[in-house]
Design a protein around this ligand. Sequence first.
Ligand code: MN
Length: 128
Amino acid sequence: MSGLRVLYVEDNEYNRKIVRQLLSRTSYQLLEAADGEEGVAMAQRELPDLILMDVQLPKLSGLDATRRLRADPRTAHIPLVVVTSFALSGDDRRAMDAGASAYLAKPYSPRDLLALIRKLLPENRAGS
Ligand code: MN
């Protein structure tokens, strides 16, 4: 049960598999949710150390899920990265307006994602 916990909210199984494989080579523990409502519920229950949030999600969009988590004092402080394919549509600005800590546009390389995770949540952080 050691290791910092990363919650990935993503409906695309292929993308979840990529991130699962990426983090399996690190000390991070991955939690997964496949829609926005499940993502909010899991974040509130598990209080992960970092959240990766897709935008296009069933039931509740990633931006609405982000707003809910930012409005909840239990989860408001958790670093949250919004990941989306639609940088050119203004989702990047909307993600930051919704309270995201950072924004990552698809397509991204696994190396980019891991670098961003490590920047927001250094793997060797003690005492967590
Ligand atoms: Mn999606």
